[in-house]
Design a protein around this ligand. Sequence first.
Ligand code: MFK
Length: 218
Amino acid sequence: MTGATEQQSSTEASETSPHQGGFRADFEVTTERGGPSYGEMVEQVRTFMDKVRYASPTPELADEVIEDLKKLNAKLDTTLVDEWTSPSGTRIDLPSRGNITLPPYEVRNGGPEGVDAEVIFRRFHLGGNGVAHGGHVAVAFDDLGGMAAALRAGRPARTAYLTVNYRSLTPLETPLVLRTWVHEHDGRKNFVRGTLHDGDRLCAEMDALFIELRPGQA
Ligand SMILES: CCCCCCCCCC(=O)SCCNC(=O)CCNC(=O)[C@H](O)C(C)(C)COP(=O)(O)OP(=O)(O)OC[C@H]1O[C@@H](n2cnc3c(N)ncnc32)[C@H](O)[C@@H]1OP(=O)(O)O
């Protein structure tokens, strides 16, 4: 494996980074970090990943792409910051808050009663035979389940367990409805349920426990 060892810049948090324990102390929402084109940059990377998933390049083209990517990586090396101050995860104006590692979703409604989002699994989320990989479905449930717990509790929570029941195949490139809500809570424990639908068809269900973090807890 090459790549990971070639990282140029430090992304360690500085002492002034605004965080406390495992998550941001105050979840700073921004629409400015990364500038007006940040969302389009992330979208272009997703499109690139879609193409990589299905591309069968010649050796010459693969070498050309590698050289282009090295140049792009070098450009980003000059801008790396720690996780607490990067745009990724805080840009509430962008799908999945600008976090490229998540399946892109848009929250249609979110509050203490739960979260209602539209999610699209992309071509690069392929599991096999044209449908989504189950792990990516779990990622979407984890993030939006954690959001439901955090919005109810008013503070961040970490996943203690998360079970997904895959009820039917989850299509790619299709707007799906993902809902999460706190079914029950007891002290710091938030028992969260979720559903993923393609129209009327239930694709998957989630049953999870999210534990609210104590102040300073990692
Ligand atoms: C708005 C922005 C939204 C962003 C959302 C992002 C969501 C992303 C969420 C994640 O992916 S977090 C990453 C995945 N999770 C982890 O890495 C967590 C690893 N585990 C831990 O850090 C700790 O185990 C944990 C914080 C979950 C709990 O440790 P604690 O020390 O805080 O709690 P403790 O062990 O004292 O347990 C508290 C209660 O929960 C219960 N509990 C804990 N883990 C359990 C478990 N696995 N199953 C059942 N019960 C459990 C435990 O028995 C106890 O019950 P009681 O209060 O009734 O005694």
